[in-house]
Ligand binder design. Structure first.
Ligand code: NAP
Length: 491
């Protein structure tokens, strides 16, 4: 049965933009097909929006800010976020099904991670804005106090791998701080953003506070970044696109947050807790089919346990069987698109050309029936590549992991830091001093020790080097989505 039955506003197979509290087609009337990648079939037609749609959304956002929203209190906005969280929670199964159909990710993952995290994001920032405080700096004969004011309208541009998870991570703090937003999800994954728009309507959010403009990055996305009445951009996506966004936005002095690509090292020392580490490293490598920006795609293993660890790792990876993403028993779904599957496949071929050996995977699985044309690719492990090979340094963003033995801590650090990216890393050891020492020297915005993707929403999230600029999370998000104004009073 069509997933669109879960979107009450949809007309036939068409979903709409959400602007000024109304569901609207694109100004041009043009649409784009949205595919279910596991079945390679059309799920919906979405608006192919352009600068004209963005202009209407900007006007709606301006109107909202000029009206009651501009005078709303922290408590009123926190209440709104909580109503949104409650409504998503009440529709958790619908959201999970939409996310799984749109991305090809296992429904068990959507149900246990993506949608619960979106709910948590709204609840977390409701609490954060209720409890925020600002600073006061008394001086001789004068008093400084600092206010945090909304910036204006934010463009929120998000990728396809964690659609609602990342959109809510930006929407919740932006709204908590009193801004209006114009969201542009990846055109590959428009459905849960549309369901979120329905939630804004259902909970009677003021019109124009949350606007959704579907379409292509080069058209709708670019129009958002270029618009002079959009004062800030929070972007999550690839490093190359991030560079383009920065080149457009920086001369306009927009507030800019860039969460970009990664090629994250997983560093396994011989003194690790073996079984826990194998399990954790498989998850770090292949969660969401390896399509998480934080996935550990370079596995560095200390030589004394290299063979034993490699064999245990490969055995576990072989047990990950690609299958129907909507079957609750499936733990490995399809990739986001046939195009992306082809890209991953080309890296598997490149790995052989570069002198590597494929230990498992490296090819499309044979699936029957409705999944025979889907964007599936087997989880793939490669050994024998130099740490500077293209497969070991370029972001593949899929289920392909390279293995690298190392002899010393110094060598591990050299390999770990020898790429342009610096997003996340994980270190596996029972030696506490080593854990501190190595974590401090890895060039990475985030390091996990003996775990992976364990998130506290208060901590700074973001990357260094070519993995991004700025941090989101907790007070970092509240600061990014606001302007601080200092007031100095002569006493
Ligand atoms: P992408 O191609 O860079 O696209 C990201 C978003 O930007 C999409 O909504 C895209 O729209 C839009 N876009 C493309 N060109 C644009 C332009 N000129 N102006 C404005 N917006 C534009 O990335 P992706 O393939 O969707 O996602 C994968 C990448 O995201 C990987 O590199 C991954 O590491 C990164 N990522 C990073 C994080 C993090 O937190 N650091 C988290 C998740 C993913 P269209 O899709 O319609 O083109």
């Amino acid at each position: 049965m069509s997933a669109l039955r879960l979107l009450p506003h949809a007309q036939g197979n068409k979903v709409h933009n959400f602007i000024g509290g109304e569901f609207l087609p694109s100004a041009s009337g043009e649409t784009l097909p949205n595919l279910d990648p596991a079945r390679n079939e059309t799920l919906a037609l979405i608006p192919r929006s352009n600068a004209a749609d963005v202009q209407v959304a900007v006007q709606a956002a301006n109107s909202a800010r000029a009206a009651a929203w501009g005078k709303s209190s922290d408590a009123e906005r926190a209440d709104l976020l909580e109503r949104i969280a409650n409504r998503i929670e009440a529709r958790l199964d619908d959201f999970a099904e939409l996310e799984s159909r749109d991305t090809g990710k296992p429904i068990s993952l959507a149900k246990s991670v993506d949608i619960p995290r979106a709910i948590a994001n709204f609840r977390f920032f409701a609490g954060a804005v209720r409890h925020q405080s600002t600073s006061c700096h008394p001086m001789q004969g004068a008093l400084n106090y600092t206010l945090r004011r909304p910036v204006g309208t934010f463009g929120l541009i998000t990728p396809w791998n964690l659609p609602l998870y990342l959109l809510s991570w930006k929407t919740a703090p932006a709204i908590a701080m009193g801004n209006a937003v114009i969201a542009k999800p990846s055109e590959l994954t428009p459905l849960t953003a549309t369901a979120l728009a329905e939630v804004f309507k259902d909970v009677d959010a003021p019109a124009g506070v949350f606007n959704l403009v579907h379409g292509l990055g080069a058209e709708a996305g670019q129009a958002i970044v270029e618009h002079e009445q959009i004062q800030g951009i929070s972007f999550t996506g690839g490093t190359m696109t991030g560079g383009r966004v920065a080149a457009t936005a920086a001369p306009m002095f927009k507030k800019l947050s860039l969460e970009l690509g990664g090629k994250n090292p997983t560093v396994v020392f011989a003194d690790c807790d073996f079984e826990t580490t194998v399990e954790g490293v498989v998850r770090a490598a292949f969660a969401n089919q390896g399509q998480v920006c934080l996935c550990g795609s370079r596995l560095l293993i200390e030589r004394p346990i290299y063979e034993r660890f490699r064999d245990a790792f490969v055995e576990r990876v072989k047990a990950l069987k690609p299958g129907n993403p909507q079957d609750p028993a499936t733990s490995f779904g399809s990739l986001i698109s046939l195009g992306h599957r082809d890209k991953v496949e080309s890296y598997a071929k490149l790995a052989i050309e570069e002198g590597g050996t494929i230990l498992c995977g490296g090819k499309r699985p044979q699936l029957d029936g409705e999944f025979s044309e889907g964007a599936f690719f087997e989880p793939t492990v490669v050994e024998g590549l130099g740490p500077n090979s293209r497969c070991s340094t370029e972001e593949i963003f899929g289920p392909l992991v390279t293995l690298h033995p190392f002899d010393t801590e110094e060598e591990a650090l050299e390999i770990a830091n020898g790429v342009r990216y610096g997003l996340a890393a994980s270190v596996w050891t029972t030696n506490l001093s080593r854990a501190h020492r190595v974590s401090e020297r890895i060039e990475s915005g985030m390091v996990w020790v003996n775990t992976w993707l364990l998130r506290d929403l208060r901590v700074p999230f973001g990357g260094m080097k070519d993995s991004g600029v700025g941090r989101e999370g907790g007070r970092h998000s509240l600061e990014f989505f606001s302007e601080s104004r200092n007031i100095c009073i002569q006493l």
